[in-house]
Design a protein around this ligand. Structure first.
Ligand code: PSU
Ligand code: MN
Length: 313
C-alpha cells in the first residue's frame, strides 16, 4: 500500500513502515489525550497499554505526535513517557498549528484532526481514540466547532471513538457530520454513545455488528472515491459506564465554571475534562481509560479485517 501523500517532514517507525508496506494492519493513536486529556502517570500507562492491546489484537500501533518539528508515525516508550511528563507544556496542535510547529522545530501533541493528517501521510486508515471534538454547546454564539469535524469531512481515516461527550452539543455535532457526508457507525448499538455513558439517545446512521462488516464498508466508501472519514462509535463497556443523568449534572457544573473563569478556544476541552475528573472523584478518568482500551481493541480488529477485505474486486 502506498502512502497517499509523501511528506519529507514525516518519520515512520520501522515496524509501522514495514507493516504498511506489506499491507498489514496498523492503528494510529493520538497524543493530545496524553498531554492534555489525562494526568501523569495515568496518561503514560494508558498510552502504553493501548499500544499493547493493539498488538495483542494483531495490528501494529502508531502513536502520533510531533517531536522537534518531525511528524512521527510511531513513538517509542521513552518518547511517550516524555510527552506524558511534559503534559500541558507541550502545544496542543490541530490542523492550523502544524506548520508553525514544524517550521520552528517544536514538539506538539496532535488532536484527532492533526493525527488524521499525519496518519494520511503515512497511509494509516484506522485510528483509535477516546472522544472526538465537535460542536460545542453555545456554538451559535461562540462559533466553537472543533477542526476535527472538518478533518473528518476530508481525510480518509476511520476514527474509532466512544461517541460524543455531552460537553458538546451532540445533536448539532451529528448535523454537522451529516452535512459533510461523514458516516457515523454504531458498533453493536443503534444510538450514538455519549462517551462516559453508553447512549446519548441520538440515532446513528447505521448499526454494524462486527469488525469485518465495518472493514467492508470502509473499502466500499474509499474504493468508490467517496473521500472523507468515518466515525465508528463504540460504547464504553457496561461495567465502566457512568450514569448518564449524573454525568450530565457534573458537566453542567463544569460548563458553568468554565464560563466564570473565562476559558475559551482550544483550552475548553482540557479544562472541562479536568473539572469532570475532580467532581467524579476520578471515576470519569477510570471510564476514560477503559473506553480507550476498548476502542484500541476494536480498531485493531477492524484494521486486521481491512487488510484482507476487498469489496469491489
Ligand atoms: N475528548 C476527550 N479527550 C481529549 C480530546 C477530546 O475526551 O483529549 C482531545 C482530542 O485530541 C480532540 C481534541 O481531537 O480534544 C479536540 O479539541 P478541540 O475541541 O480544541 O478541537
Ligand atoms: Mn474549539
Amino acid at each position: 500500500m502506498q502512502p497517499e501523500h509523501f511528506s519529507a517532514c514525516l518519520d515512520m517507525q520501522p515496524d509501522v513502515r514495514d507493516a504498511l508496506a506489506n499491507n498489514q494492519a496498523v492503528v494510529a493513536l493520538e497524543s493530545t489525550i496524553i498531554c492534555h486529556g489525562m494526568p501523569y502517570p495515568q496518561n503514560v500507562e494508558t498510552a502504553l497499554q493501548a499500544e499493547k492491546i493493539v498488538r495483542e489484537n494483531g495490528a501494529i500501533p502508531a502513536t502520533i505526535a510531533v517531536l522537534s518539528g518531525r511528524l512521527k508515525a510511531g513513538l517509542n516508550g521513552d518518547e511517550i513517557d516524555y510527552l506524558g511528563k511534559e503534559g500541558k507544556r507541550v502545544t496542543k496542535a490541530s490542523r492550523r498549528d502544524l506548520p508553525f510547529i514544524v517550521s520552528r522545530h517544536e514538539d506538539a501533541a496532535t488532536t484527532v484532526a492533526a493525527t488524521m493528517i499525519i496518519a494520511t501521510m503515512a497511509g494509516i486508515k484506522l485510528f483509535a481514540t477516546g472522544g472526538i471534538g465537535g460542536v460545542h454547546r453555545g456554538a451559535e454564539q461562540s462559533m466553537d466547532i472543533s477542526a476535527d469535524l472538518q478533518e473528518l469531512a476530508h481525510s480518509n481515516v476511520a476514527v474509532v471513538c466512544a461517541g460524543v461527550k455531552s460537553i458538546l452539543d451532540i445533536g448539532l455535532t451529528l448535523e454537522y457530520l451529516e452535512t459533510h457526508g461523514v458516516p457515523v457507525i454504531g458498533y453493536r448499538t443503534d444510538t450514538l454513545p455519549a462517551f462516559y455513558s453508553r447512549s446519548s439517545g441520538f440515532p446513528v446512521d447505521c448499526m454494524l455488528e462486527n469488525p469485518g462488516d465495518i472493514a467492508r464498508m470502509l473499502r466500499a466508501k474509499w474504493e468508490m472515491g467517496i473521500d472523507g472519514g468515518v466515525v465508528v462509535a463504540n460504547p464504553v463497556p457496561t461495567e465502566h459506564a457512568l450514569d448518564g443523568g449524573e454525568i450530565d449534572g457534573v458537566i453542567d457544573e463544569a460548563l458553568q465554571q468554565m464560563r466564570q473563569s473565562g476559558v475559551t478556544g482550544k483550552d475548553t476541552t482540557p479544562f472541562l475534562l479536568a473539572r469532570i475528573a475532580e467532581k467524579t472523584g476520578g471515576r470519569s478518568l477510570a471510564a476514560n481509560i477503559e473506553l480507550v482500551y476498548n476502542n484500541a481493541r476494536l480498531a485493531a480488529k477492524i484494521a486486521v479485517e481491512y487488510s484482507h477485505a476487498g469489496i469491489c474486486r
